[in-house]
Design a binder for this molecule. Structure first.
Ligand SMILES: C[S@@+](CC[C@H](N)C(=O)[O-])C[C@H]1O[C@@H](n2cnc3c(N)ncnc32)[C@H](O)[C@@H]1O
Length: 255
């Protein structure tokens, strides 16, 4: 069985997910105590999709997140780099495709809303992926990033980190088709941005009005943002005005 490293080599990551695809959905639900379903439902609500809108679900895996989004009545396309994960989702009647977050096979401004759930952490260049997401989103369109984050209450964080490094790999040994992938999961969660730092990365990629909300004490964070109302021309700069607006609009709320 293969596992990727913190270098997140794209081919290694893809091979690892191909091998984990077998019991992927069941393993996640077990390891999260069923919370993963709630987190995806919250991401769908945060995207505020309306019937008839077009939504892109990047790093859709087996389509479990795409299926959640499709409940809104929007037309949802899922895309993932792992053919094994996408093949696993074939039984769901969804539009799932194989493709890379870093080179999305869609026209500029093709979607009203774009999301990536538990995927950005696995991409070799998350900043480039966020810029590519901005490209395919229409001006004023919405972004939601649903990703593991950092629990905000120190005692809870300590217990959670013990679970990540001890309990989680042991459960994965029993139930996953690629248990090594879950050591990678623990390592990447610990090494990933905290809430504020991810918000900065999203802003740097050109998104506006970035804010976030913690779920389950900060185990997961939902970051929301809007695509700029229009793309600046080559002569225009994004001077101080934008910076001040971003600062004012940032918000944090915990549940
Ligand atoms: C943890 S799964 C998330 C699946 C699903 N969104 C969910 O909610 O369960 C992460 C997915 O990211 C995909 N992935 C990693 N790097 C990618 C890339 N560069 N482009 C597209 N998908 C990628 C993997 O193949 C894997 O299926």
């Amino acid at each position: 069985m293969s596992r990727a490293t913190l270098a997140r080599d794209p081919d290694e990551v893809t091979r690892m997910f191909d091998e984990a695809a077998g019991h992927y959905d069941r393993t996640n639900t077990l390891l999260s105590g069923g919370q993963d379903r709630l987190w995806r439902a919250r991401a769908r609500a945060a995207l505020a999709l309306r019937p008839g809108e077009r939504c892109l679900d990047i790093a859709c895996g087996t389509g479990v997140s795409t299926a959640e989004l499709a409940r809104s009545g929007a037309a949802v396309v899922g895309i993932d780099r792992s053919p094994g994960m996408v093949a696993r989702g074939a039984a769901r009647s969804l539009d799932l495709r194989v493709g890379d977050a870093l080179a999305l096979p869609f026209e500029t401004a093709a979607f009203d809303a774009v999301t990536i759930m538990f995927g950005l952490r696995n991409v070799v260049d998350p900043g480039a992926a966020l810029r590519e997401m901005a490209r395919v989103t229409r001006p004023g369109g919405r972004l939601v990033v649903c990703e593991f984050s950092h629990p905000t209450w120190a005692p809870f964080r300590t217990v959670y980190l013990r679970y990540l490094m001890g309990g989680l790999p042991r459960i994965a040994d029993l139930v996953s088709s690629n248990p090594d992938a879950y050591t990678y999961l623990s390592e990447t969660i610990r090494a990933w941005h905290d809430q504020r730092s991810l918000a900065a990365l999203i802003r740097e990629a050109g998104w506006q009005r970035v804010c976030w909300r913690n779920l389950t004490g900060g185990i997961v964070a939902l970051h929301r943002a809007l695509a700029p109302a229009r793309q600046p021309g080559p002569e225009e700069s994004d001077g101080d005005g934008d910076g001040r607006e971003h600062g004012k609009q940032q918000a944090e709320s915990a549940v």
